[in-house]
Write a protein that binds this ligand. Sequence first.
Ligand SMILES: [Zn+2]
Length: 242
Amino acid sequence: MRGLLVINELTQVKSDHFLITYHGIYEEEAEEVAAILENNYEQIRKDLNDPDHDIVRVFIHPTRKDFSKATGLSNVTVTGTSRGPLEFHILWTTWYNSLFPDNPRSTAVHEFTHCVQLNILITNELAAVTPEDRENFDKLFERKFSEEYPQWFWEAICTYEAKEINTFSVMYALRNKPNLKMLNDSNQIYLVGYTLIEYIVEIWGKEKLPELITSYVDLEGVLKVSEAEFEEGWYKFVTEKY
Ligand SMILES: [Zn+2]
């Protein structure tokens, strides 16, 4: 147990852009999450060119059991998940409930960045949708997103904005030179994701990030390189830098 000051009843903290619902953690911890999210809010939305964004609902769960019950996710490696552009959940990982706790503060920024990507994509699609497709919009968007938006980029942007980077893990994950296709289906993306975006930003500039999002990551169209050229350049960049 983490002491008597842990707040056990469902409680809310409200900041300018977030409504945080929590229990089983300290009030200061929930306030800390709100402060970290607010501190990153403008920068992330500016980096990615997010249109108007309504209040985001954040749910913080104190145990794996609470997290799984609320999200339906039982995989023990998952510690956060976004639910559309306006909601995300995180597990408050600590030495009490995790073998190797990650930092739930970065997880919150990571998940918020998923919300931003979804807000951009959905706003864009809604502007282009025909009246008859509007009825089935959710289904159509979900299908397009899962078929066309590359998983490696979806995660890489979030690890970049949450500054989830560890030099040792980068070198470890790059031993077998994973390509983008492999990274779409592998947890290795969490180890190297930061460097993929860092590479894009250093070579082509940050202003390419919004274009990549709205083009569903058209590397040829936006960066003028093939996927193979991009991968080679990235290996070289990482080897020189790390
Ligand atoms: Zn993620």
